[in-house]
Structures are given as structure tokens and as C-alpha cells.
Design a protein around this ligand. Structure first.
Ligand SMILES: Cc1ncc(COP(=O)(O)O)c(C=O)c1O
Length: 360
């Protein structure tokens, strides 16, 4: 029996819809920045064997500290990092949530530079953290003066810098990140979900970790590692930050199966990351192609391209969908974002977009 009364939902959540891109069954899915290449048969066998091993122990809780996985992640990141400086969770979205649970919350402020990844403000809100959006420049870039002016004014508890940024694809210079670390009174979170796709891969905010105790660098296995379905995100930071996050994490948050699968994938890093080069070539070719058509494409250091501008972007999005190609309506109003797929998928996308533009 229902009473017909509204649920006693928190007032600040009332009227909010769940976040998520449409999950439509179409031939070409280029809307959530996944890696289009499925695991090889050899990797599928290795994953299945690892899961079979773990299956016999599922009566027990998993390793609460995910120690072996954190060792492997530290090894992958290099930079002399150790387990004490690495933490893992169910996707980098959970990492973001744990950071805001520990360092945000009621009475605290988090800042980001928009357009950027929309889960940062959403998780700020669900954790009761005040969110303030700073602006990027007209080319979606972020220089040190622009970023530090906002920080000096707001004195935020948490700053989010996404580099390469989603949905624009633009990367922030390390000088901007360093200036923010110097100016910020609280935590600086650099979300590097797309780091492996950057044109200049030699430089990462990981380089700055030894100098800044309050810097957190987030990574994920969902993109370059082609492991979105396994849900594994992680971070590198000072040991004290990792210890602080253990206060808010749920006990046994990372299943034994997740830990085992992620470790197998890390053991096959060379094979998995071999797709990155091809995806970057496809991306650069797409940026060229878009510009040749008289459209605008933002510079991209990620596995997607933001392009436009369309007075009615929904019509373009729908026209593509009608041709079996799903991309994303996200970012500034006249722009669309397309994830980089296989060469065949990108050819289908280009043909479909040409048709949509020709037919008005
Ligand atoms: C910038 C950024 N950070 C984090 C994530 C979350 O990724 P996951 O939770 O799959 O690790 C995404 C996903 O698209 C992203 O674009």
C-alpha cells in the first residue's frame, strides 16, 4: 500500500535526475569515450582463469586494502611510487566521491573550470559540498593567471583540474597545474582519466607529486586500458592522503573479482595500450577532417573530439542516430562530442555526418 506522500528525499536532491548518457542499442556507439577494441581471446582466457581462481574463495571478503593491486598500479605509474601512495576504487567516479567525502562536505567549497566533467559538480552536490564553476578561455584552455585568480578569490577546499579535459579534449600546461598547487589552500585534484592519449605523454601531474602534499592525480583503467566494464579507477597522492581516504571508503569496497581482473589487465598492459596509438591517429585525422569541412574542432589530447558549431545540435545528433551512429550532446550548447572508435566506425561516422550536413 502506498501513502501517496512524497518521499522524504533531501531537499537539495529533490527534482534531480540520475546522471547518464543514453544507452541505446545502435551499430556505432561513440558516446561514452570507451575504447572500441574488446579484449583479445588470449586476454579473455587469462581473465577467465583469474576469475576461476578467485571463485573458490568467494566465501571470504576480499583484501580490504587491495595491496597486491596497488603494488601493480604503482609499478605501472612508475615515478618511484609505492603502494602507500596509490589507492583504488570502483571506477574513478568512486575515487572522486571518496575525495569529496573526505575533503569536501557541508560548509566546504570545491571549484572546477567548465566546461568540464559533469560528475565533479554532481558528486560535490551529493556530498553536500558547495560547487563553484570557474571559466575556461574561448579555446577551452586554462592558463595559470585565469586559474589562480579564481582560487585566490574563493579559497576553495578542493580544486578540480581535468587534463586532458572532458568534454573539450584540451590539456592544461603543467605550469598551470603547478601554479594552482602553489595558490590553493586545500586539495588539488588533477583528473587524468585520458592521460595515455595526450600528445605530450612525457609530462603528467605525477611529476609534481614529490613537491606537493595536497596534490591528487586520478587515473582510470576505463579508457586507454579498455576496461570500462571492470570498473577500476585509482589515484596517486601522498601516503597521508591515501590514509585519509581509508576513513571514508566502505569496508571491502573493491571485490575480489575486480581486483583479480584489474591485475590481469595490468599484466597485459603492453597489449592493451597498443590500441592507444591507433586511436590517437584516428583522432588527429578526424580533427583535420572536421576542420577541412569548415567546422570547428577543439584541439584534443583525449580519445574524443568536441566539434561544432551547430545552431541546432540536437538535429545533428538525431540525424546521426537515425543513421545508426550514437554520439554525445554535451558541452557548450552548439557543440557535440564524438568518441574515437575503430577506423571502420569512424568512416561510418564521417559518411553519416556528411549526409546529415548535406540534407540540412
Ligand atoms: C574526466 C573523467 N574522469 C573520470 C571519469 C570516470 O571514469 P570511470 O569511473 O570509468 O573510471 C570519466 C568518464 O568518462 C571522465 O571523463
Amino acid at each position: 500500500m502506498t501513502t501517496g506522500q512524497a518521499l522524504p528525499l533531501r531537499a537539495d536532491l529533490a527534482g534531480r535526475a540520475a546522471y547518464g548518457a543514453p544507452q541505446l542499442d545502435v551499430p556505432v556507439r561513440l558516446n561514452t569515450n570507451e575504447n572500441p577494441y574488446p579484449p583479445s581471446p588470449a586476454l579473455v582466457r587469462a581473465v577467465a582463469a583469474a576469475v576461476a581462481d578467485v571463485a573458490g574463495t568467494l566465501n571470504r571478503y576480499p583484501d580490504r586494502d587491495a595491496s597486491a593491486l596497488r603494488d601493480d598500479l604503482a609499478g605501472y605509474l612508475g615515478h618511484g611510487l609505492t603502494r602507500e601512495q596509490v589507492w583504488a576504487a570502483n571506477g574513478s567516479n568512486e575515487i572522486i566521491q571518496q575525495i569529496l567525502q573526505a575533503f569536501g562536505g557541508p560548509g566546504r567549497t570545491a571549484v572546477g573550470f567548465e566546461p568540464s566533467y559533469s560528475m565533479h559538480p554532481i558528486v560535490a552536490q551529493t556530498t553536500g559540498t558547495r560547487w563553484v564553476a570557474g571559466a575556461r578561455d574561448a579555446g577551452f584552455g586554462l592558463d595559470a593567471d585565469r586559474a589562480t585568480a579564481v582560487i585566490r578569490e574563493l579559497q576553495p577546499d578542493v580544486v578540480f583540474l581535468t587534463s586532458p579535459n572532458n568534454p573539450t579534449g584540451t590539456a592544461a600546461p603543467l605550469a598551470t597545474i603547478e601554479a594552482v598547487c602553489t595558490a590553493a589552500p586545500g586539495m588539488v585534484v588533477v583528473d587524468e582519466a585520458y592521460a595515455e592519449f595526450a600528445r605530450d605523454r612525457r609530462r603528467s601531474a605525477l611529476d609534481l607529486l614529490p613537491a606537493y602534499d595536497r596534490l591528487v592525480v586520478i587515473r582510470t583503467m576505463s579508457k586507454a586500458f579498455a576496461l570500462a566494464g571492470a570498473r577500476l579507477g585509482y589515484l596517486a597522492a601522498a601516503p597521508a592522503v591515501v590514509q585519509a581516504l581509508q576513513i571514508v571508503r566502505l569496508p571491502y569496497h573493491l571485490s575480489a573479482i575486480t581486483q583479480a581482473v584489474a591485475r590481469v589487465a595490468l599484466g597485459h598492459a603492453d597489449e592493451l595500450l597498443a590500441t592507444v596509438g591507433d586511436l590517437c591517429l584516428e583522432r588527429d585525422a578526424l580533427v583535420e577532417w572536421v576542420r577541412q569541412r569548415g567546422l570547428v574542432a577543439a584541439d584534443s589530447d583525449a580519445n574524443f573530439v568536441l566539434f561544432g558549431t551547430f545552431p541546432d545540435r540536437h538535429a545533428v545528433w538525431q540525424g546521426l542516430l537515425d543513421r545508426g551512429v550514437l554520439i554525445r550532446e554535451v558541452g557548450p550548447p552548439e557543440w557535440l562530442r564524438v568518441s574515437i572508435g575503430t577506423a571502420a566506425e569512424m568512416a561510418t561516422f564521417r559518411t553519416a555526418l556528411d549526409e546529415v550536413l548535406r540534407n540540412g
